[in-house]
Design a protein around this ligand. Structure first.
Ligand code: GL5
Length: 790
């Protein structure tokens, strides 16, 4: 498509799809018109992909996920279709700023963090590889809350991405399924019948997901909840306006909000309803499609692979057994085997508080037929695998991890270390019974979004250096290694980084009013705020550094800009206190003339995918400092390394594999290993001992206790100091001395810019393995038995 063709398509949509004259069109109108002009180009490959899948009778992959953190879609589609130059020029000729048009799109924030973003990267790779696949999830009206700060405290507001039309989706009013809840089960001679007490309707909305160079497009199908009953006109006419609207409002509640529960359980009926709602609708849809092609339900595992993204869709197991047994009269044991042949489960966390379980009473009340089947599945497991009973039902709780395991063909972890720990800890008993079931698939990130689109400067240098084609063959970045010894290449690499940093500095000045120097080291920690991720340790380092600079102002300190970003779950008190402390420390440090130009702290609010796209290319140092054994994988760590940031990190999650690949010399390692963490926790007074051994840490904690960051309110952050001294479960104190020491080595290393650039470039050259294309190939070959259809 040429620029002129695109221009006339934009104008056509502006007039005929939106009824606007160019003379009166606003940025939003232009953005919508451009989106539809681009979307039109997606439709033909989309239809073609569906046709090929039916014709070739290809095995289909279904990715069930409560979260898809897709962010903005317009530029992604433009880049994948190779239309970026055409779009930029078309905008220019229409008198528009291309960047402004792109920036008008709201982020689709249908996820909390890494788990949801991983699902989005997987969709991109599935389409790029041409594997016939559907993503299934919920069309939340309100995605992850919007974060702002009031006097340093986090304030949450409802997010409302659907307050304006979403141009990427196609509403499918004809694709609707009833989803039942509550009611009773009648055991008759011909089997069990579930009479649901209540029913809502799931309506489909489809978003095409176009792969690299438009060769294939899959579908993201999201469900919206609606009432089954029609609007009650009689009640309305009686004047009961609210009552008349009630059934609709109640039903819609199910798809209204994304739960901000990253790693804390929400023991809420509504959450379980959401899980069953989207799982049941997705399975009904999968089976409808299956029946349109095949007659033998027993061959389901041959043609269909379903991936459960964490345990949120775990009820898929009992639901599939229910459909096979109650509706297709398959013997119970066979039904269970067929379900197990079809389902697979990915575990994303070992944090005990994040392992889902539901009270048996709630499960029986909401899903009586499923609760009965869960008991029978438990019996079956005990009978067929020398397993103890009660592996899935324990002390009146239904354990969704165990249930998912028992009903899965394969169970995978998301990094080598995490998979190993899964075998040794949460699933040790089940692993002994089924030693072939657990395998590892280390996470990955899509290089289209996380290098090509977010970092055009570096991408251009890469293409100039090794040629094109690396975008869907990221191992080719290895070819850069031969150029790292070339001073001209290193200068160009450093220049690209500097340009990205300058761009970020301009934005930060615009949104925070803080000036930062692009020559200083940009040291970034962005991720959900959580104690195990240890933002607290990072802010302690800020305090210690501030204190050290003030004590020794004559020293030639390496200038650093500390950038934080991330949201705290609204109910997670300590995480919100950490946010408050970071903001208070930033205020004090940035106002202190003694450290000006040497240390600056910025915490832009409302970290999201779009902000990540701006921060990642501009980072020099990536903070990946979780307590070893706690971060299942991490994916931010991969994005930073790929974009030429050096990591300061622990041996946790995928950091281990990043270090193996980029080389020990190009990674700043500190801290205890996962085994040492367990030992250390057993030491009485480990925190006191560590504080006594590190004067920097001791002074930093004393500053917090003295109220250095709570003007007029000295006790403001005392709770955090107490936590460090007396309840330091995540071993911030015990790892601090090592962190501080290595961080000073980072300062030293940054002073030798050429050496730093060499290390940064090697990070880029050696990070090709972290492409989600590699991850998806692994799933396809080792878990799904699916092959590309192109
Ligand atoms: C997570 C883990 O915490 C991350 O380490 C992991 O990278 C990600 C994707 O596998 O999954 N689990 C989780 O609930 N969220 C994650 O980011 O939100």
């Amino acid at each position: 498509m040429t620029k002129d063709e695109l221009k006339s398509e934009i104008l056509r949509h502006l007039a005929f799809s939106f009824g606007k004259d160019a003379a009166h069109a606003q940025t939003r109108d232009w953005r919508m018109a451009l989106s539809l002009a681009i979307r039109d180009r997606v439709v033909t490959p989309w239809f073609e992909s569906t046709r090929k899948t039916y014709e070739g009778r290809h095995k289909r992959v279904y990715y069930l996920s409560m979260e898809f953190l897709i962010g903005r879609l317009l530029q992604d589609a433009i880049v994948n279709l190779g239309l970026d130059d055409a779009a930029r020029e078309a905008c220019l000729e229409l008198g528009l700023s291309y960047d402004q048009v792109l920036a008008d799109e709201p982020d689709a924030a249908l996820g909390n963090g890494g788990l949801g973003r991983l699902a989005a990267c997987f969709l991109d790779s599935l389409s790029t590889l041409g594997i016939p696949a559907y993503g299934y999830g919920i069309r939340y009206e309100h995605g992850l809350f919007r974060q702002s700060f009031h006097e340093g405290r986090q304030v949450e507001q409802a997010e409302d991405w659907l307050s304006q039309p979403h141009p990427w989706e196609f509403e499918r009013p004809e694709v609707c399924y009833g989803v039942g809840f509550y009611g009773t089960v009648r055991e008759g001679e011909d089997g069990a019948h579930w009479d649901a007490g209540d029913m809502v309707v799931a309506k489909a909305y489809d978003t095409p997901i176009i792969g690299w160079q438009g060769r294939w497009a899959n579908t993201l199908r999201l469900w919206s909840a609606q009432s089954r009953t029609q609007f009650d006109l009689a009640r309305f006419n009686e004047g009961q306006f609210a009552g008349a609207a009630e059934p609709e409002a109640l039903a819609r509640t199910i798809s209204r909000v994304l739960y901000p529960n990253d790693s804390t359980p929400q023991g809420k009926e509504l959450r379980l309803k959401q899980e069953y709602f989207f799982t049941a609708a997705s399975l009904a849809d999968i089976l409808r499609r299956y029946h349109s092609e095949y007659t033998d339900i027993r061959a389901l595992p041959k043609h269909v692979a379903i991936q459960l993204n964490d345990t949120h869709p775990a009820i898929a197991g009992p639901e599939l057994v229910r459909i096979l047994h109650d509706e297709h009269w398959v013997e119970l044991d066979d039904a269970i085997e067929i379900a197990r042949g079809t389902l697979n489960y990915t575990n994303h966390t070992l944090l005990p508080e994040a392992l889902e379980s539901w009270h048996e009473g709630l499960m029986r009340h909401l899903l009586p037929r499923h609760m009965r089947l869960i008991e029978q599945i438990d019996d079956w497991h005990a009978r067929t695998s020398k397993g103890r009973k009660m592996s899935t039902i324990d002390h009146g709780q239904v354990k969704m991890g165990e249930l998912s395991f028992v009903l899965a063909n394969k169970v995978n972890g998301v990094s080598a270390l995490h998979t190993d720990l899964m075998k040794k800890t949460v699933f040790s008993e089940l692993h002994t019974l089924h030693p072939d079931r657990i395998l590892n698939q280390t996470n990955g990130i899509t290089p289209r979004r996380w290098l090509r689109t977010c970092n055009p400067t570096l991408s251009a240098l890469i293409t100039d250096t090794i040629g094109s084609g690396w975008e869907d063959d990221l191992d080719r970045l290895e070819d850069l290694e031969a150029h790292v010894g070339d001073a001209g290449f290193r200068a160009a690499f450093a220049e690209a980084k500097h340009a990205n940093k300058a761009r970020l500095a301009n934005r930060i000045r615009a949104i925070r009013g803080v000036s930062i120097d692009p020559d200083a080291m940009f040291d970034i920690q962005v991720k959900r705020i959580h104690e195990y991720k240890r933002q607290l340790m990072n802010v302690l380092e800020v305090i210690a550094l501030w204190d050290a600079i003030r004590r020794n102002p004559g020293k030639d300190w390496t200038p650093r800009v500390k950038i934080f970003g991330g949201k705290a779950a609204p109910g997670y008190h300590t995480a919100k206190e950490i946010v408050h402390l970071i903001n208070d420390v930033a205020r004090v440090v940035n106002a202190d003339e003694d450290v000006a130009g040497r240390l600056t702290v910025v915490f832009p609010p409302n970290y999201n995918v779009t902000m990540a796209e701006r921060l990642v290319p501009a980072a020099d140092l990536s903070q990946q400092i979780s307590t070893a054994g706690k971060e299942a994988s991490g994916t931010g760590n991969m994005k930073f390394a790929l974009n030429g940031a050096l990591t300061i990190g622990t041996l946790d999650g995928a950091n281990v594999e990043i270090r193996e690949r980029v080389g020990d010399d190009n990674f700043f390692l500190f801290g205890m290993t996962a085994d040492e963490v367990v030992e250390r926790r057993a030491v009485p007074d480990h925190a006191a001992e560590a504080i006594a051994a590190s004067p920097e840490l001791a002074r930093a904690i004393e500053h917090i206790e003295r109220g250095s960051f709570g003007p007029g309110e000295p006790d403001r952050h005392r709770h955090l100091a107490n936590l460090l001294r007396h309840h330091d479960y995540f071993l911030v104190c015990s790892d601090f001395a090592s962190y501080w020491k290595v961080s000073r080595e980072v300062d030293e290393a940054y002073r030798d810019r050429d050496r730093w650039t060499r290390m940064a470039a090697l990070n880029t050259a050696r990070s090709g393995w972290f492409s989600s294309d590699r991850t998806i190939r692994g799933y396809a070959e080792e878990i799904w038995g699916a092959t590309p259809a192109i």
